[in-house]
Structures are given as structure tokens and as C-alpha cells.
Design a protein around this ligand. Structure first.
Ligand code: SF4
Length: 338
């Protein structure tokens, strides 16, 4: 890849074909930082409306510094991976300005090599390679790299770092990512439309489908949860997820894991409610976990101190994990008589 002709073809293509995205219309490091955090593990099209809403509410670092965790989670809810929002807020509170080097960015909570490199190169022009799944696919095909997993990632980083040479690092990184997202697609790369096809070893040897090499995949871990929606005098009881647990700081219906030896109903009964009626079963995947959530509606048996009571309408304002939000929606649609 280390040729001027390659760089000229790639960057020229990027400049005239790049997708218009809200975070590409700015040089503001704060907005670029927010976009890169949102883009972690999330598709571009999903991020766009969340990004627009977030920066309307928190247009700059000072506005974010003033926010509470609940303010941020309310705007973030639905986008998932909530630790990102908490880390973003924690980092913002510790800063006067957005740090302008890779190593300072890397020291912030929630920022790994990929995100630090993306922000440093795009917002500050620092010469550091960004390697995400798209870049890995493009470089592994261009160079026919017979590696997978972390070895492949390291090799791609070395190649990209070396090859970006004299071009703008932000453009270089975004051009490679854009090429992977729109042309060098996983299943059907559009090599006939590719600006760097003549430099590509996989294209020359018709081995596109071999790269990137697959790494052995781990099976998802299955978890079964049960939750109960307590209903009392027309209100619904929710509790706050304890700190250190998944989704901490958000609101949920009392929930427990279903043990291997019990039914979801028996697990729900352990939560201390009476007259349980099945409501909805939600399937949800988080990282390598596949969760099935069985929900029940119940009348209150004993007072539980961790419950707070909300009217149906105010629940939509609360930050809730995605599967619990679906349960809340199903509950709202059910006519409840207490
Ligand atoms: S020629 Fe095909 S395989 Fe090679 S980089 Fe372009 S799209 Fe990917």
C-alpha cells in the first residue's frame, strides 16, 4: 500500500464519495468525541438520530459537565451499551477541554486504542491508524494477510500507520473505513467500483471471500431472567439497578436470574409478589450473552422499600434497559385493573 498512486486513488475517491454524516460537518473535538463513543459497536445509521438529539441537549463540554447521570442516560436510552454514556460523563466531568493527543485520550474512561486513534486523527490530525472491522477487512484483502483476531488487528495497524505517509490522517482513516463500509463489503465486495482494485491482492487472485480469515467463535452464553411488574392503585413499581450490575443506574422491574432447577414463574415468585400473570417474553443479546426475559404482572403482597411508584406516562421518561422498556410498553398496552 505504500505508494503515492494508492493514496491518491483512495483519498480522491473518499473526498467525492463520502456519505454526509452529521459529525463529518464539524471540526469540533467534543462533537467528534461524542460521535466516536456512540459509534462503538453501533451502526452508523442507528447512531445518527441519537447523536443529533444528544448534541442538541449537550452541545459542548460545559453543558455535559453540568449534567447528571440520569440526564445523560435519558438521552442515550435505546442506543444500548450504557457504560459508554456513563464513561463519557465521568470523563467530561474530569476535563477542562477535550485532550488533543492519542495518549491523553487513551487515558480517559471508555476510550480504547480504536477510539483514541479516531478522535486524535480526525479532530487533531495526529498520525495514528484506526483499525475497526471495516479497516481490517479492507487491509486483509488488499494485502492477503493470513492472520485472524488480535494478530490481524496488529498487522493492519502497522500497515496502515506506515502507509498513511503524507496524507491527512483523519481523511486516511475515514477513507479506509468508508471503503470497507460501502465498497469492500463483507459478503459481496463491489470490486468493479473499487478505487484501489488495481492494488488489491485478493482481487488479483480472486480470493476476496478468504479474507479476513475467520477466528474461532465462542458460543453465546444463555441466561434466563424473570421480572415482575408490580401494579398498585394504578401505579407501577420500579427499582433502580444497583451499582456494579449490568445497566446500573437505570430503572427496571424487579428482576432475578432463573436458576437451572426452577421455572421462570417460580423465580418470579421468589421476588415476593402475589397473583402473578404472564405478560411478555423478550429475547435480547448483549455482547456474548443471550438473555431471555420472562415478565409477569403482579399485585403487591408486601411493601418493598426498593420500589418507587410511577404513573404509566412518567415511565417513558426514565432510562430503562431495552428489554425492560419492551416489557413496560407491553404493560402499558394491557388494561390493568387493580
Ligand atoms: S478490490 Fe475488492 S476486495 Fe480489494 S479492496 Fe477493493 S473491494 Fe475490497
Amino acid at each position: 500500500l505504500d505508494s503515492k498512486a494508492f493514496r491518491t486513488a483512495l483519498i480522491g475517491w473518499y473526498k467525492s464519495n463520502r456519505r454526509e454524516l452529521p459529525w463529518r460537518e464539524t471540526n469540533d473535538p467534543f462533537l467528534i468525541w461524542v460521535s466516536e463513543i456512540m459509534l462503538q459497536q453501533t451502526q452508523v445509521n442507528t447512531v445518527i438520530p441519537y447523536f443529533q438529539r444528544f448534541v442538541q441537549v449537550f452541545p459542548n463540554l460545559a453543558a455535559l459537565k453540568r449534567a447528571t447521570q440520569q440526564d445523560v442516560l435519558s438521552v442515550w436510552q435505546g442506543l444500548g451499551y450504557y457504560r459508554r454514556a456513563k464513561n463519557l460523563l465521568a470523563a467530561a466531568k474530569s476535563l477542562k477541554t477535550v485532550p488533543n493527543t492519542f495518549s491523553e485520550l487513551l487515558a480517559l474512561p471508555g476510550i480504547g486504542r480504536y477510539t483514541a486513534a479516531a478522535i486524535a486523527s480526525i479532530a487533531f490530525g495526529e498520525r495514528c491508524a484506526v483499525v475497526d472491522g471495516n479497516v481490517e477487512r479492507v487491509i486483509s484483502r488488499l494485502c492477503c494477510i493470513d492472520e485472524s483476531g488480535s494478530k490481524l488487528k496488529r498487522k493492519c495497524e502497522t500497515v496502515s500507520q506506515f502507509a498513511m505517509s503524507d496524507v491527512n490522517p483523519g481523511d486516511w482513516n475515514q477513507a479506509l473505513m468508508e471503503l470497507g463500509a460501502t465498497i469492500c463489503r463483507p459478503l459481496e465486495p463491489r470490486c468493479d467500483k473499487c478505487p484501489v482494485a488495481k492494488f488489491c491482492n485478493a482481487n488479483r487472485t480472486a480470493s476476496q471471500s478468504k479474507y479476513p480469515m475467520a477466528k474461532p467463535t465462542a458460543k453465546p452464553i444463555k441466561l434466563i431472567h424473570a421480572c415482575v411488574c408490580p401494579v398498585h392503585q394504578g401505579k407501577v413499581g420500579l427499582c433502580k439497578v444497583a451499582s456494579g450490575q449490568w445497566w446500573d443506574g437505570m430503572w427496571q422491574f424487579p428482576r432475578t436470574e432463573v436458576e437451572a432447577s426452577e421455572t421462570p414463574l417460580a423465580a418470579a415468585e421468589r421476588l415476593g409478589f402475589a397473583d402473578l400473570k404472564g405478560l411478555l417474553i423478550v429475547k435480547h443479546s448483549v455482547t456474548r450473552y443471550s438473555i431471555t426475559l420472562h415478565s409477569f404482572v403482579a399485585k403487591l403482597k408486601n411493601q418493598r422499600r426498593d420500589l418507587k411508584w410511577f404513573g404509566q406516562d412518567s415511565i417513558s421518561e426514565l432510562p430503562m434497559p431495552a428489554p425492560q422498556r419492551k416489557v413496560a410498553e407491553a404493560l402499558r398496552q394491557t388494561v390493568i385493573s387493580t
